[in-house]
Design a protein around this ligand. Structure first.
Ligand code: ZN
Length: 258
């Protein structure tokens, strides 16, 4: 298993954007982090750059633009190893749409992971986001979003933009995972990555594949928050077919990113 695509990473240029919870004792520089991931079989990563600490609105959209530029910088450093994801913000509709246009021109096709809880907003069905998603849909962007808030809001977002592939982050505990599965059954554009909480509950993936097929699950870790090898091994240990494992670990992501 040496072709794994990790759809959910938060890469960093410096400690400021390193989300590792024990970074005061354990910090790898960006090239060491790449080797660390490769040693787990992960040969490609996707995701947004997130800063430690809290965003305050006086920092304006410039705050997100800077994070997005850091993602481009990392893409330069990492070359083909990294697919950048960008931030948008519903309080800055025009700036966000301009940013999508600009980034699309630089080859970027991924928005997120969106993390509203640390960026001062909380409603996936708000008007500002709906307008931004209209633009995202025109540009054929994929949207990765942190699962939170009311189910109805998530549902409205997914149903309102059938042309966008929405990748939910984190299966969560059983109750949340079953809601993901339910959405995947009802909406063809609802996908799920396996990062963060969930995969340590043995049998989760068997159940998900039985219910929703394997075509819309994406491997993910949430590195550097989570230990990447644990996630690779967890998928391999699940009692699903080899074909399903290969699709989840890299095939589905490759199809999505092409
Ligand atoms: Zn994340």
């Amino acid at each position: 298993m040496e072709n794994v695509i990790d759809f959910h990473v938060h890469p960093y240029l410096s400690q400021t954007e390193c989300l590792g919870m024990y970074r005061e004792s354990f910090y790898l520089d960006p090239m060491e982090a790449r080797r660390d991931l490769e040693e787990s079989g992960i040969m490609h990563i996707c995701g947004s750059v997130i800063e430690n600490g809290t965003y305050t609105s006086d920092r304006g959209f410039e705050y997100f633009r800077e994070l997005n530029r850091k993602a481009l910088k990392l893409q330069e450093i990492y070359g083909g190893f990294y697919t950048p994801g960008i931030h948008v913000h519903p309080d800055y509709v025009k700036e966000s749409c301009d940013e999508i246009e600009y980034m699309h021109g630089r080859g970027v096709r991924l928005i997120g992971e969106l993390v509203p809880y640390s960026h001062g907003w909380n409603d996936y069905s708000c008007r500002g986001l709906a307008e931004i998603l209209d633009t995202a849909e025109q540009y054929g962007m994929i949207v990765s979003y942190h699962t939170m808030g009311e189910d109805r809001q998530i549902e409205d977002m997914i149903a309102g933009h059938p042309g966008i592939i929405f990748v939910a982050a984190h299966p969560g505990q059983k109750g949340d995972f079953l809601k993901h599965i339910d959405r995947m059954k009802r909406y063809e554009n609802a996908w799920l990555d396996l990062s963060g909480t969930g995969l340590f509950r043995y049998g989760m993936l068997v159940h998900g594949v039985n219910e929703a097929g394997f075509e819309r699950f994406l491997f993910g870790t949430d590195y550097p928050i989570c230990n990447p090898r644990m996630y690779v091994q967890a998928v391999l240990q699940e009692h699903i077919s080899d074909e399903a494992k290969e699709c989840i670990l890299w095939g589905n992501a490759r199809r999505l990113l092409e």
